[in-house]
Design a protein around this ligand. Structure first.
Ligand SMILES: NC(=O)c1ccc[n+]([C@@H]2O[C@H](COP(=O)([O-])OP(=O)(O)OC[C@H]3O[C@@H](n4cnc5c(N)ncnc54)[C@H](OP(=O)(O)O)[C@@H]3O)[C@@H](O)[C@H]2O)c1
Length: 308
């Protein structure tokens, strides 16, 4: 893995960084780079086998810096268990990187609590995780929470009347909605943190179009999108490690500001060195932020705020 030209990643010794979906794709590369820089990295993964393989690779590059914890974002019980284990260990969390995701499975699938899979894993699971870890995050001197979104948020629409796609499932619409939700979440968290003096920097990032397992795990290896992606790859795609750059920059940028969004700087933000990303106005809308937050609290059964 290489970093972008001119990148300087400072010594992260003493920092604890939690990365969801750290066994594959951009989450893996971000975890690897943070571990190499000296952070203690928690690989939050749902498969012991895939997580163990990633851990061994990171261990070889940065001995003793990473550990594996099981987390299935498609099951709130697993999210509660994960957060309880981290709480028992104690200490602070300097960066929570909400990266795990699933994209456009052809048929509607649901989580253990019966939510549409993409909204459930990509957004609701991370909302619950953030609420449960907030206290430990706020124990850090300058904490950051980073949501992973996508260029797909541009075409996203919050279907308030049918958030769970029960009346009709369109795989891509559900994906775009979940990624828009992540960006609205990041902006609303930024507003609440600033207003309430929480001291948490709320950021978001996206990888452009990166070569990972996302298409194979969602639409499938032989799907139309997989074939189109193969054809377009030389023009618009970048390697998985480069897709992690905006996430890494969000973690280390000394000039980061509340609500900052990071993405590749090339054509249509598909690839290239990382920098500021373009946020659609609908993701900045404070009314949408309030509405999404209230819906998420209702659906996850938790209040996301500091204190008891
Ligand atoms: N690649 C792109 O071009 C692109 C573009 C825009 C945004 N993104 C976003 O980037 C993020 C990472 O995706 P990627 O491209 O790196 O794809 P990836 O290689 O498929 O990685 C996705 C990760 O999420 C994990 N995950 C999926 N469902 C989970 C669950 N229920 N509980 C816990 N972990 C779960 C996967 O674990 P398993 O290995 O166990 O399935 C895997 O570690 C996603 O949020 C995606 O929406 C990617």
């Amino acid at each position: 893995m290489s970093l972008w030209p001119g990148a300087q990643i400072s010594d992260l010794s003493g920092q604890t960084i939690v990365v969801t979906g750290a066994n594959s794709g951009i989450g893996f590369y971000a975890a690897l780079e943070f571990a190499r820089a000296g952070a203690e990295v928690v690989l939050a993964c749902r498969s012991a086998e895939r997580g163990g393989k990633a851990l061994a690779e990171i261990e070889a590059a940065a001995p003793g810096r990473a550990r594996l914890e099981m987390l299935d974002l498609a099951d709130f019980a697993s999210v509660h268990d994960f957060a309880a284990r981290l709480k028992t260990r104690g200490g602070k969390i300097d960066i929570l990187l909400n990266n795990a995701g699933v994209m456009a499975p052809p048929m509607r699938q649901t989580t253990a609590q019966d939510f549409e899979l993409q909204l459930g894993v990509n957004f609701l699971g991370h909302f619950l995780l953030t609420a449960l870890l907030l206290e430990q995050v706020m124990n850090a001197p300058a904490p950051r929470i980073i949501q992973v979104s996508s260029v797909a948020h541009r075409q996203g629409r919050m279907a308030w009347e049918d958030l769970q796609s029960e009346r009709g499932y369109k795989a891509w619409n559900a994906y775009r909605q979940s990624k828009l939700a992540m960006l609205i979440f990041a902006q609303e968290l930024a507003r609440r943190s600033a207003k309430g003096g929480w001291g948490v920097l709320s950021l978001a990032a996206h990888p452009g179009i990166a070569a990972t397992e996302l298409v194979a795990n969602g639409p499938g290896r032989n799907s139309l999108i997989a074939r189109l992606q193969k054809l377009a790859a030389p023009f618009i795609q970048q390697p998985g490690d480069a897709g992690a750059w905006p996430l890494i920059l969000a973690g280390i940028d000394p000039g980061a500001v509340q609500g900052g969004y990071y993405g590749p700087q090339g054509w249509q933000e598909c690839r290239g060195r990382p920098g500021p990303g373009k946020i659609e106005p609908k993701a900045m809308d404070a009314e949408a932020g309030q509405r999404l937050w209230e819906s998420a609290e209702l659906l996850t059964g938790i209040c996301l705020k500091p204190g008891p």
